[in-house]
Design a protein around this ligand. Structure first.
Ligand code: AMP
Ligand code: SF4
Length: 465
């Protein structure tokens, strides 16, 4: 798997609601920022019949009234997926649907497993044939292997798959938020390290589970709590039942969720994303103050941090950069050449605002360095007299193996260049990054995954390194 780009995704599930498919559609729409390559919805009705619609593209492109109307039932799981360099194609679009004589089931996943190569080999040697090249399918096969081994004999009659799912989860290493939908129940689980988010909400007599709370707000559901690391929640018509598949658990939430991925209106582990970013901007000011005329945020993910920097410094916040709203994120184009074009299409500097000004420009992160070089150029072309770049996260110098779209050390500019070399390369008058300590302090957190900044990975990496 080394060298491939992995996906960041969004999952959404509802149990016992009217028009489950329509709610899933709205839920996915709210999670669209987590994946723009593909989307899918599976529903199951009271007879246990599963129906599915999936396809490549944005949520509004994949679904229409006709293909949503074939999805019947009050229970559903759904998925949006990010671009991958290696594993595109319809076969990899989730949710996956499995047919089995003991009962069909569907599954979807956000995250990335680090021991998938070894697990695939183990399963293939036992005769498994994979439908996709995605890691996510592994859980389904492991559930069935646990079943054959007899793990289901410890089962709780009300939740027939709980024992086999729990023993399958104990074989997985890495980052995940999984949803499994059967005719009788929905199983929702998070990895024991707490790397990926998953929240639970209530909607009338039904339940909602989703990667980010913004999807609950969209459909009018009420937040109940986060699923805990190492926990499996089973939802059926009797309510919810919580179980732990692992005694080990930590809260190493992905720092990049706060820095970049999540929507500012989402709360992750009780911390609002906008508030987190704003605080990171305040701390960034104390760590790297500079005299200037205006503070400008790179839209959209850096606006909160720029507000914090501006408020703390007393330097006015200005709209010096504008984003064309109708272009997707630059990262979705997989080649460097296309990515550079994407940045040109995406951002423009507001000449009358930046002309003759000393500008502090705040961005959330530098990954490959393309965006920042372009932004500094844009601001200078528009007449800025000085451009000071401040980054609301530490240098991104190590690849992520937990489902985030960064691949190899070579692609990460901070793994090759010092801060001063990078400053020269992007052409800024000064460049500073938030410290790792500042990242923790922004959300008052004592645990966080900061592996892409520090190189300290919370899990073993197996064959990935
Ligand atoms: P780059 O041009 O590669 O340095 O891209 C950095 C920009 O992409 C930042 O301004 C972020 O807003 C955004 N970004 C950071 N990390 C990611 C990621 N893993 N996937 C997509 N976009 C990202
Ligand atoms: Fe998130 Fe970075 Fe950890 Fe990956 S390595 S899970 S991007 S914090």
């Amino acid at each position: 798997m080394t060298g491939e780009l992995h996906e960041e995704c969004g999952v959404f599930g509802v149990w016992n609601v009217d028009n489950a498919a329509n709610l899933a559609y709205y839920g996915l729409h709210a999670l669209q920022h987590r994946g723009q390559e593909a989307a899918g919805i599976v529903c199951v009705d009271s007879d246990g019949t599963f129906t599915r619609t999936k396809g490549e593209g944005l949520v509004t492109e994949v679904f229409n009234q006709k293909n949503l109307s074939i999805l019947n039932g009050r229970n559903s799981i759904a998925h949006v997926r990010y671009a991958t360099a290696g594993g595109g194609g319809l076969d990899n679009v989730q949710p996956f649907l499995f047919h089995h004589h003991e009962g069909n089931f569907a599954l979807c996943h956000n995250g990335n497993l680090v021991n998938s190569t070894a697990l695939k080999r183990y399963l293939e040697n036992r005769g498994t044939l994979f439908q996709s090249t995605s890691d996510s399918e592994l859980l389904a096969h492991l559930i069935k292997v646990s079943h054959h081994r007899g793990d289901h004999r410890n089962f709780n009659e009300k939740y027939p798959m709980l024992a086999t799912i729990s023993s399958a989860l104990n074989m997985l290493e890495g980052a995940f938020a999984f949803l499994v939908l059967t005719a009788d129940a929905m199983y929702c689980m998070r990895d024991k390290y707490g790397l990926r988010p998953l929240s639970l909400g209530k909607l009338n007599d039904g339940w909602v589970v989703c990667s980010e709370t913004c999807a609950m707000d969209t459909i009018g559901a009420e937040f109940v709590r986060d699923i805990e690391p190492g926990e499996v929640i089973v939802i059926n018509n009797d309510g919810i039942y919580s179980s732990r598949y692992s005694g080990f658990h930590h809260h190493y939430m992905c720092a990049m969720e706060y820095v970049y991925f999540a929507r500012p209106d989402s709360d992750i582990e009780d911390i609002n994303v906008h508030a987190y970013r704003k605080q990171s901007g305040r701390i960034l000011y104390h760590e790297a103050p500079v005299e200037a005329d205006i503070v400008v945020g790179v839209p959209d993910s850096s606006l909160s941090a720029a507000m914090g920097y501006s408020e703390e410094s007393g330097i006015p916040y200005e709209m010096g950069l504008i984003k064309n709203k109708y272009i997707g994120r630059t990262f979705i184009q997989p080649t460097q050449e296309l990515r550079e074009q994407g940045v040109r299409m995406k951002l423009s500097a507001v000449r009358t605002i930046v002309k003759g000004k000393r500008v502090i420009v705040i961005d959330d992160s530098i990954v490959r360095g393309t965006t920042s070089r372009r932004i500094v150029n844009l601001l200078r072309e528009a007449g800025a007299t000085e451009v000071h770049m401040r980054i609301a996260s530490p240098p991104y110098a190590h690849p992520c193996y937990y489902g985030v779209d960064t691949a190899t050390y070579e692609e990460l500019i901070s793994s090759r260049l010092s801060v001063e070399e990078l400053r020269q390369k992007i052409g800024a008058d000064s460049l500073h990054f938030l410290s790792i300590e500042g990242l923790y302090k922004s959300g008052n957190r004592c645990e966080l995954c900061t592996a892409c900044f520090s190189g300290n990975y919370p899990t073993s990496l197996y064959d990935n390194k």
